[in-house]
Design a protein around this ligand. Structure first.
Ligand code: PEP
Ligand code: MG
Length: 550
């Protein structure tokens, strides 16, 4: 038995075989030694396997996010059978004596370019889809990439690192957990894994020879046991069963209010990274969505998502939430969330750089496309907009002015829109200090404690070496939270927390004593948080006073 340690991002146990995820560039040799009809047979076999994968993805999405949202996988299945697409692949095989992988890659690129050049936004969006299906087929043909990740058996993935978009795209039904060499417990990848309830460890110095071996990922003890001793395996299986029983108990809390013993009620909302997470939100009985990290719509593709594409995504989330509040955070790219097509310059300190609202206020075209899409979606439910990384009143006024400009344009076009509540994220020390002024501009505050901790403690949340120093319980952070709540309430703003700290049961009582109105947490944390809230009695003095001492 071998043991390796790392930093856990979710308390939980996964037991299964390890699977190595190598990020090799897919080398596709152009000329084949096989006859064109043999290459065509290889293509057809891969096409069939891809169809099966897509069928499984469709079924899974159907369960989690409903029919409308799952439809994308049916579209992919149809595209894969499209006569023009298949003819183009065959044409390259016959005329060039090429390998199937080369023919599929070339066809995917040609079709993607043709779609991208079309006027109709719906057709333009098909560009990413045709690339996606082609990549899927090539991965199957070469046994690499995402196709390899989604093997037949569920596994614990071992990877050097995973980007947020890779994590979003993964078929979670095949993912028991993951361990990565790099990454930090506070990165977006970690947050996404937590949102999806996937046990994971980052910063693990694993050995590639472990590929295929049985392992236990123990998120409670921050370690992975490879080829575990039978006694340990039995003990951990028992622990996992106990966890599942606890989970069943928590399910009993569904539909119960988030109310303390003395009758104080607060809102518990969910954080999501995309449309695919809405199923989890509903399963875990959240009262709304407190943070929709809209930037993942941008990180998923190779180009700016068009207004239509964004509108479709926001509308889907808003409609699925059926009148419950959906707070869409405007684009927060930059820092650890990079998309090449933005063409952002290299920066020495990207976390302090050109990101989030700073990009939006200087790239008005990009910002307006998003705001128009959100305003249009507001006609289908209850939508709020919140601006990230705010440091001044001027920024809020400018953002609101651009929003009003979009509203006026849409109104002139006769486009229906709903009322939209406006808020800001309080995630910089500057915004805390001017909370009184900011509160007069907006209807709500949402405390982004991940960045607030980073900027207050001067600790890069991406740097795994600093995880031991990254202390969101620091009295400086807690006093800032209290200050923000008081300032918000003075001016009639409601105040919530959407950073990871909101889910920390050790602080729930403190937050409630401070008067917090809402906590927005990953879907998996909703019911444990409800349990904690329902155990508390605020008429009694708090058990401890974490604001004291430094
Ligand atoms: C935060 O900073 O706490 C937050 C919620 O935003 P993100 O983690 O996406 O930066
Ligand atoms: Mg943030």
């Amino acid at each position: 038995m071998k043991v390796a340690t790392g930093t856990s991002i979710l308390r939980g146990i996964a037991i299964g075989r390890l699977k190595l995820h190598r990020k090799e560039a897919v080398e596709t040799s152009r000329t084949s030694s096989l006859a064109p009809e043999e290459e065509y047979a290889r293509f057809q076999a891969a096409q069939k396997a891809a169809q099966e994968q897509l069928g499984q993805l469709y079924e899974k999405a159907l369960d989690e996010v409903g029919e409308d949202n799952a439809a994308i996988f049916e579209i992919h299945q149809m595209m894969l059978e499209d006569e023009d697409y298949v003819d183009a692949v065959k044409g390259i095989l016959d005329s060039q004596g090429a390998t199937a992988e080369y023919a599929v890659t070339a066809t995917g690129e040609n079709f993607a370019a043709a779609f991208a050049a079309m006027e109709d936004p719906y057709m333009q969006a098909r560009s990413a889809d045709v690339k996606d299906i082609s990549r899927r087929v090539v991965n199957i043909l070469t046994g690499t990439g995402a196709g390899a990740v989604q093997g037949d058996e569920p596994a614990i993935l071992m990877a050097d690192d995973l980007t947020p978009s890779e994590t979003v795209q993964m078929d979670k039904s095949k993912l028991l957990g993951f361990i990565t060499r790099g990454g930090s417990a506070n990165s977006h990848t970690a947050i996404l894994a937590r949102t999806m309830g996937i046990p994971a460890l980052v910063g693990v110095d694993f050995d590639e020879s472990w590929d295929g071996q049985l392992a236990i990922l123990d998120g409670c003890n921050h370690c992975v046991y490879v080829d575990p001793a039978p006694e340990l395996l039995a003990a951990m299986e028992a622990k996992r069963r106990a966890d599942l029983e606890q989970e069943a108990l928590l399910q009993g809390l569904k539909k119960k209010p988030n109310v303390t013993l003395d009758g104080t009620e607060i809102q518990v909302y969910a954080n999501i990274g995309g449309v695919g997470d809405v199923g989890l939100v509903l399963q875990n009985d959240a009262q709304g969505i407190g943070l929709f990290r809209s930037e993942f719509l941008y990180l998923d593709g190779d180009d700016y998502p068009a207004e239509e594409e964004q509108f479709a995504a926001y509308k889907r989330v808003v409609e699925t939430m059926a009148g419950k509040k959906v707070i869409i955070r405007t684009l927060d790219v930059g820092a650890d969330k990079q998309a090449d097509y933005f063409g952002l310059d290299y920066e020495e300190n990207p976390a302090l750089g050109y990101r989030a609202i700073r990009i939006c206020l200087t790239r008005r075209d990009v910002f307006k496309t998003q705001l128009r899409a959100i305003l249009r979606a507001s006609a289908f439910g209850t939508v709020s907009i919140m601006f990230p990384m705010i440091i001044s009143v001027r920024e809020v006024r400018d953002a609101k002015e651009i929003l009003e400009e979009c509203r006026a344009e849409l109104k002139a076009q006769g486009v229906p829109m709903g009322e939209v509540e406006i808020g800001v994220m309080i995630e910089t020390p500057a915004s805390v200090m001017i909370a009184d002024e900011l509160a007069q501009e907006v209807q709500f505050f949402s405390l982004g404690t991940n960045d607030l901790t980073q900027y207050t403690l001067a600790i890069d949340r991406q740097n795994p070496k600093l995880d031991a120093f990254y202390n969101p319980h620091h009295p400086a952070i807690l006093r800032m939270i209290r200050h923000t709540i008081e300032a918000g309430h003075r001016h009639g703003c409601w105040v919530g927390i959407c950073g990871e700290l909101g889910a920390d049961p050790a602080l729930t009582e403190t937050f409630l004593h401070m008067g917090i109105d809402e906590l927005s947490v990953s879907p998996a944390a909703i019911l444990p948080l409800r349990k904690r809230i329902r155990e508390l009695d605020l008429s009694r003095p708090a058990a401890s006073e974490p604001l004291d001492g430094a």
